[in-house]
Design a protein around this ligand. Structure first.
Ligand code: FEO
Length: 161
């Protein structure tokens, strides 16, 4: 049976995943308002993925006969200074999520909860992809620096996601 502390920690993560969706929607709005329509598309899709991450946790708790809790969300950041700033903060956010997932894995190890540990491995793999996706864009933006043509080309590519 899943422990209470693990259920509580997963409920905290459900909140964190919905807050990720909310942060990325805020980034999509900033991008749209600043005419970075590729980034707008990227962040709308990212926000949808985060909701899926949250829902996977909700469904898991139901599967193991535990209580998911609908979270109260805090207000996301919306004061971004540039496209570079948006993606850097996205990368930092993903690193934070990775450390949260690792903490959950550690808890499941301590509890010898093999089912939850197995379930969490999907998130471990996903976080490698999430960090890479943001890191690649941050690096490309660092290459073009202030070049408007370079930034717009990267933005156009983000429309393909
Ligand atoms: Fe749900 Fe982007 O991690």
């Amino acid at each position: 049976m899943i422990s209470k502390r693990l259920v509580d920690a997963i409920n905290d993560q459900i909140k964190a995943e919905f807050e990720s969706a909310s942060l990325y929607l805020s980034m999509a709005i900033w991008s749209a308002r600043n005419s970075f329509f590729g980034a707008e598309n990227f962040f709308i899709k990212q926000a949808e993925e985060e909701k899926e991450h949250a829902m996977k946790f909700v469904k898991y708790l139901l599967e193991v006969d535990a209580q998911p809790i609908m979270p109260e969300l805090s207000k996301p950041d919306s004061d971004f200074s540039s496209l570079q700033d948006v993606f850097k903060r996205g990368l930092e956010h993903e690193k934070l999520v990775t450390s949260r997932i690792n903490d959950l894995v550690k808890l499941s190890d301590e509890d010898e909860d093999y089912a939850t540990n197995d379930f969490l491995q999907w998130y471990v793999t996903e976080q490698v992809e999430e960090e890479k996706s943001f890191r690649d864009i941050v690096r490309r933006l660092e290459i073009v620096k202030e070049s408007a043509a370079g930034i717009l080309r990267i933005d156009d590519n983000l429309a393909q996601r």
